[in-house]
Design a protein around this ligand. Sequence first.
Ligand SMILES: NC(=O)c1ccc[n+]([C@@H]2O[C@H](COP(=O)([O-])OP(=O)(O)OC[C@H]3O[C@@H](n4cnc5c(N)ncnc54)[C@H](O)[C@@H]3O)[C@@H](O)[C@H]2O)c1
Ligand SMILES: O=C(O)C[C@H](O)C(=O)O
Length: 308
Amino acid sequence: MKVTVVGAGAVGASCAEYIAIKNFASEVVLLDIKDGFAEGKAMDLMQTASLNGFDTKITGITNDYSATANSDICVITSGIPRKPGMTREELIGINAGIVKAVSSSLVQHSPNTILIVVSNPMDTMAYLAAKATGLPKHRIIGMGGALDSARFKYRLAEALGAPISDVDGMVLGGHSDTGMIPLTRLATRNSVPVSAFLSADRLEQVKEDTKVGGATLTKLLGTSAWYAPGAAVSSLVQAIACDQKKLFPCSVYLEGEYGMNDICIGVPVILGKNGIEKIVEMDLSDAEKANMLESAEAVRKTNGLLEL
Ligand SMILES: NC(=O)c1ccc[n+]([C@@H]2O[C@H](COP(=O)([O-])OP(=O)(O)OC[C@H]3O[C@@H](n4cnc5c(N)ncnc54)[C@H](O)[C@@H]3O)[C@@H](O)[C@H]2O)c1
Ligand SMILES: O=C(O)C[C@H](O)C(=O)O
């Protein structure tokens, strides 16, 4: 199993590290445009192999896509992160050009690859990668919902005073400060609805804290987060590489599902060796459906800025 990660920055390196530590891939290629940077990150990570007990071989390369040839899975993390006070959407001017060029180069060298898009604004970048590469829809996956759901579970556990392993919950919709839809109605603590423990006001607070999860970390760190994003990407990569058939919310190209067309947005999917094996259609409440449409409208507005 060969995995390429483009962008050896904070998220790319974290993702490579988690993939290696989980020890399911034979090879990870890190590629970056900055001279020597990916090589340095790969060497540093390889020097943790005997300490962390993994056999995955990590190599680094400066902008030479021949080294990525025949990758089973490619992850795109290249592009700029936001600074405090910015939205993810403001990154489109620089990141669209990067994602378009990178996705085309990757697919040129690995025509059968499954592409995971991480760069922001992620739903629009996944849509752009789908259009730029022409890959079938089951092989283009935007990562956002897996991270947002992890943050939702963190906030739920905090409010409940419960261990995170007790908590289940999911976030649908666009990966943006206003577009995320944490499904509080369906969240549970060991099968008991969380509303049995938390007031409507407290649940509303959990929802709001989840939606601004990325912005909160960006304010604290001065740049956006990387540990949970890297871990989330590695979980998607593992689900595909190990054919786990796990369910994650991912940003995927819709053709009629959830009543939407020609958009990438977060919905539940089953991930296995073929990439997206199924888009799962949930029975949403009227309010959740309205939230999805509103979220999609915002993603479409950002998509409208693309030069396709
Ligand atoms: N989808 C998500 O949930 C999620 C989570 C976290 C971060 N992100 C996004 O991921 C992106 C990366 O974030 P980061 O914190 O790792 O940033 P970073 O600046 O640490 O790393 C980005 C790397 O991309 C490289 N790069 C730039 N242009 C390139 C190109 N054309 N080819 C190859 N490499 C190139 C840079 O040299 C840099 O090393 C940002 O857009 C950020 O917003 C998304
Ligand atoms: O918040 C960001 O800009 C980065 C990422 O999308 C995140 O949610 O951590």
